[in-house]
Ligand binder design. Sequence first.
Ligand SMILES: [Zn+2]
Length: 90
Amino acid sequence: MIWGIFLKGGINMAIKTTCKRCGKMFVSTDLTKICMDCKEVDRKSFYIVKEYLYGHSGATIGEVNRDTGVSVADIERMIEDGKISRMKKE
Ligand SMILES: [Zn+2]
C-alpha cells in the first residue's frame, strides 16, 4: 500500500512507502524508493563495488558478489539505477 501526504503548494512532499530493499515502511521526502538505513548501506556497497571495478573491469555480477560480499540484488539495483552498467565481455 502506498499513500501520499501533500503539503500546501505541493513543493514539500512526503510519501509513505515500502523500502524496495528491506521492505520497511518509511517516509520518502525525495521520491527515493529505499529507506535511510538502506541508503547508507547502498552508499558503502557502491563504494566497494566501484573500487572493485576499477581493478576488475568487466567482472560478472557473480564475481563482484563473490569478491566484495555485496549482494546480487544490490548490484542489480545499482545497474537499474544507472550507477554501474553492464557490458559484454570480450
Ligand atoms: Zn530499507
